[in-house]
Design a protein around this ligand. Structure first.
Ligand code: KIV
Ligand code: ZN
Length: 516
C-alpha cells in the first residue's frame, strides 16, 4: 500500500462553483481560499482559468496570495486551456495543472464524437504540454467509472509516462457503487504497469448519495488523494463532502489506517463561510456541520450524553470547531467581551472591524435581549458583505404600509454613487415586492428574482431574519443576503446586496462559462 497520508484536494472554488446558482467574485473566492489555507487542505483547485476572464483573474489572485496549499487550475486537453491554466497559476508557490478529457464510450461517441485512439493521443499531448510548463500535473479521464477498463489502463499508463504525477479517477455521474469503485481502484493498481509513479486520486459525485462512501472505499484500496467540496457543493447533486471524508478518516483511522494534515477545528468555520458566501444553506441534519449534527433530542440520548459524552457522540463537537460555550451577550456587554466571544468563534478582527461590528452589535442588543452566537455570526456575515461588495447604492431608508385592506406601498431612499439621496415609491403584490419595485425605479437595473428565502437566525419572536435572494440578468445569477430583526428591512438589504454585485459586474464571471 502507498504511504498512509491522504492528500485532501478541495474543489469548492471550481466544481463547487459549478452548482447551479453560484457565481463568486474574486474577493469572495479569495476569502474562501484563505479559509481553506487555515483548514490546511493540501490542494485548492481555484478555478477553470480558460472558462472566463473572471475565473482566470480569480485563480491568479489566489495563486499570488495563498501560501501552503498547491494551487491548481483545471484545463481541458486543448493547448489553449493548458496555457491559460499555466498563465493563471504560474505565480503560485506550488502550482498544478489539472487536465482532463472524457474516456467512456458514452462520452466518446455522443459528446466528443471522436475515436478512442485520437482521444488518447490528445490526452497524452496535453499532459506533455502541461508538464513542459509545470512540474506538477494531474490527469483525469472524465467518466472513468463508465470507461472500458482496458482503455482506461492504457490511457492512465500513457499519461503517467507523459508526466502526470497524479491520476484522478472521477465518478463523474455518481454511478458507481462503493464495492465496484473499490474494485476499479484495485484493478488500476494491478494493471497499470507504471501506477507506482503516480498518486491515485478519486473524485466522486453524489447523484445516488454515494460520493463519500465511494471515496472512502477507494482509500481502502490505495487511493491517496480525495477530491471534494465543502458542504458537498458541486455540479448537480454535488461532490463528496470533504468534511465527511476528513472526519471519517479522523474518527475511523483505526479501520482505515490513514491520516490527513487537516486542522479539523477549522471545519465548522469553513462550512459557515462557504454557506454564507454562496447563499447555499446547510441542511440541519447534514453530517458534521448541520445544525442538528451534535444535538440530542430524545431523553435517553440526553441522559446518556450528560453521563458520558461518548455514549451517543462519536466525535467531540469541539474537534470540528463547534463553538464551545453558550454564553450570551447583551446590551451591557462591552468591546472586550464581544472581541473575546468573536475570537472563540474563530474571527480575528482588527480594531476597525471590531468598532464596526460593535456598532451593529449595540443596535441589535437594543432590540433583542440576548445576542447569541448565531446572531454574532449573522453580524459578521453582514460586515463581510459590506467589505466584499462595493456599496454602489446604499440603503438609507425603507418604509412600508400594508395590511389586509391596503395596497402594499413602499417608499425607499437610497444613497447614489455620487452621494445624493434618491427617493421613490411603488406599490406591489406584497410588501417585499413593493420595496423591490421602488428600488428598481431608482436603480433601473432590470433583472428577474429567481429565489427568495427567509430564515430565522435564532428561535424566538425577536429573532434576526436572514434573507437570501438570487437575481438573474443576462444568464448570470447574483446572490444577495441581508439580516435584520425586521424582515422587510432584511429583504431590502438583501436586494441591495445582490444589485450592487450585479452593478459591479466587471468582477463577476461572464455569463455561461465553459463547464467541466
Ligand atoms: O466530475 C468530473 O469528472 C470532473 C473532472 C473535470 C475532474 O469534475
Ligand atoms: Zn466533478
Amino acid at each position: 500500500m502507498p504511504e498512509d497520508r491522504v492528500i485532501i484536494f478541495d474543489t469548492t472554488l471550481r466544481d463547487g462553483e459549478q452548482s447551479a446558482g453560484i457565481g463568486l467574485t474574486t474577493q469572495e473566492k479569495l476569502e474562501i481560499a484563505r479559509q481553506l489555507e487555515r483548514l490546511r487542505v493540501d490542494v485548492i483547485e481555484a478555478g477553470f482559468a480558460a472558462s472566463s476572464p473572471g475565473d482566470l483573474a480569480a485563480v491568479k489572485a489566489i495563486s499570488a496570495e495563498v501560501r501552503g496549499p498547491i494551487i491548481a487550475s483545471l484545463a481541458r486537453c486543448v493547448p489553449g486551456d493548458v496555457d491559460a491554466a499555466w498563465e493563471a497559476i504560474r505565480g503560485a508557490e506550488r502550482p498544478r495543472i489539472h487536465t482532463f478529457i472524457s474516456s467512456s464510450d458514452s462520452h466518446l461517441m455522443d459528446l466528443l464524437r471522436k475515436n478512442p485512439e485520437d482521444v488518447l493521443d490528445q490526452a497524452v499531448s496535453s499532459v506533455r504540454r502541461a508538464r513542459n510548463l509545470c512540474e506538477d500535473v494531474e490527469f483525469s479521464p472524465m467518466d472513468a467509472t463508465r470507461t472500458d477498463l482496458d482503455y482506461l489502463y492504457r490511457m492512465l499508463e500513457a499519461c503517467i509516462a507523459a508526466g502526470a504525477s497524479t491520476v484522478n479517477i472521477p465518478d463523474t455521474v455518481g454511478y458507481a457503487l462503493p464495492s465496484e469503485f473499490a474494485e476499479r481502484i484495485r484493478l488500476i493498481r494491478e494493471n497499470v504497469p507504471n501506477i507506482g509513479d503516480a498518486v491515485i486520486s478519486v473524485h466522486c459525485h453524489n447523484d445516488l448519495g454515494n460520493a463519500a462512501p465511494n471515496s472512502v472505499a477507494a482509500v481502502m484500496e490505495g487511493a491517496r488523494q480525495v477530491e471534494g467540496c465543502i458542504n458537498g457543493l458541486g455540479e448537480r447533486a454535488g461532490n463528496a463532502s470533504l468534511e465527511e471524508i476528513i472526519m471519517t478518516i479522523e474518527t475511523r483511522g483505526d479501520a482505515l489506517g490513514v491520516t490527513t494534515n487537516i486542522d479539523t477545528r477549522q471545519i465548522y468555520r469553513t462550512s459557515r463561510l462557504v454557506s454564507d458566501i454562496t447563499g447555499f444553506p446547510v441542511q440541519a441534519n447534514k453530517a458534521i456541520v448541520g445544525a442538528n449534527a451534535f444535538r440530542h433530542a430524545s431523553g435517553i440520548h440526553q441522559d446518556g450524553v450528560l453521563k458520558e459524552r461518548t455514549t451517543f457522540e462519536i466525535m467531540d463537537p469541539q474537534s470540528v470547531g463547534w463553538p464551545s460555550s453558550s454564553l450570551v451577550l447583551g446590551k451591557l456587554s462591552g468591546r472586550a467581551g464581544l472581541r473575546s466571544r468573536l475570537e472563540e468563534l474563530g474571527y480575528d478582527l482588527d480594531q476597525d472591524e471590531l468598532n464596526s461590528v460593535f456598532e451593529s452589535f449595540k443596535a441589535l442588543a437594543d432590540r433583542k435581549r440576548e445576542v447569541s452566537d448565531a446572531d454574532l455570526e449573522a453580524l459578521m456575515s453582514s460586515l463581510r458583505r459590506r467589505a466584499d461588495v462595493p456599496a454602489i447604492y446604499a440603503l438609507e431608508h425603507v418604509q412600508v404600509t400594508c395590511g389586509n385592506h391596503d395596497v402594499p406601498t413602499a417608499t425607499v431612499t437610497l444613497v447614489s454613487p455620487d452621494g445624493s439621496q434618491l427617493t421613490d415609491a411603488a406599490t406591489g403584490s406584497g410588501p417585499v415586492d413593493a420595496v423591490y419595485q421602488a428600488i428598481n425605479r431608482i436603480v433601473g437595473a432590470p433583472n428577474t428574482l429567481v429565489e427568495y428565502r427567509v430564515d430565522a437566525v435564532t428561535e424566538g419572536i425577536d429573532a434576526l431574519g436572514d434573507v437570501t435572494i438570487r437575481i438573474r440578468q443576462n444568464g448570470s445569477v447574483f446572490v444577495g443576503r441581508g439580516s435584520d430583526t425586521d424582515i422587510i428591512v432584511a429583504s431590502a438589504k438583501a436586494y441591495m446586496n445582490a444589485l450592487n454585485r450585479l452593478l459591479a459586474i466587471g468582477d463577476v464571471p461572464a455569463p455561461a462559462p465553459a463547464r467541466a
